[in-house]
Design a protein around this ligand. Structure first.
Ligand code: ATP
Length: 230
């Protein structure tokens, strides 16, 4: 469902990503894990068509990164999701559904269902006045307004309390169980090991390990594994 071949990004002389290659199967949750500055965001943005690669290609559901067709099949959640603070959750999501040309009845039904599932209270409160966890839920709901087959989430659980972190990760699992394909990034392998079917470990722009969590643990041994999870 996602095919990434030799993606590389340099800023001036600095190699932010040095040749990522991996595939994500339909209906799979694939995690990219790594420390700050590893190149996770740059990789996800190149796949989503938001950053042009210096070299390499990426396709989502057979559509090349950057092709406007991709917006039909892709929901992208940025690490920092700027919300329009004077809007309410409902008006904000209606606005995005309109932007994505989702028919009105279909949009309102989907938005209500998603907000119910996310147990989002205060749907008519100004977004500037709601908690960080609630803002993240609204951003997640935004990624689903066009009912995409593929979701790319950049650190969806970062900066949240443990309860909300588990809630978001459980929601990601539900999306997979509903047939979506999910690619997401995280700092910590502990956060993703119960959720991901496979992971890639990134460090200094490079994918240094790839596979299921048990495979990575076996291949790299407990000491190196701890480095990835610390
Ligand atoms: P974090 O977990 O902190 O978000 P990350 O793994 O997502 O980190 P990236 O944001 O992809 O890492 O950044 C990878 C490297 O590329 C970092 O050293 C970053 O400073 C650099 N970088 C990212 N964007 C730019 C840019 N527009 N110009 C110059 N350097 C950049």
């Amino acid at each position: 469902m996602i095919e990434v071949e030799g993606l590389r990004k340099t800023y001036g002389d600095f190699p932010a990503v040095v040749g990522s290659t991996f595939d994500v199967d339909r209906g799979e949750i694939f995690g990219i894990v790594g420390p700050n500055g590893a190149g996770k965001t740059t990789t996800l943005k190149m796949i989503a068509g938001l950053v042009d690669p210096s070299v390499g290609t990426a396709t989502v559901a057979g559509v090349d990164a950057g092709n406007p067709e991709m917006r039909r099949s892709l929901g992208f959640l940025p690490e920092e999701s700027p919300l329009y603070e004077d809007m309410t959750a409902r008006s904000y999501l209606d606005f995005f559904a309109d932007l994505y040309d989702v028919p009105e009845g279909e949009a309102s039904e989907r938005i209500e269902r998603t907000l119910d599932r996310l147990e989002l209270d205060h749907r008519d409160r100004r977004l500037g006045d709601v908690s960080k966890g609630m803002k993240r839920k609204v951003a997640i709901a935004r990624s689903l307004v066009n009912d995409p087959d593929v979701l790319i989430y950049d650190e969806p659980a970062s900066g949240l309390d443990p309860l909300t972190t588990n809630y978001v990760l459980e929601f990601v699992r539900e999306l997979r169980d509903a047939g979506k394909t999910v690619l997401f990034s995280a700092h910590n392998l502990y956060h993703v090991e119960s959720v991901c079917d496979r992971v890639a470990i990134m460090n200094r722009g490079e994918i240094v390990a790839r596979g299921t969590v048990p495979e990575i643990r076996d291949e790299y041994g407990t000491t190196e594994y701890r480095v990835f999870t610390s």
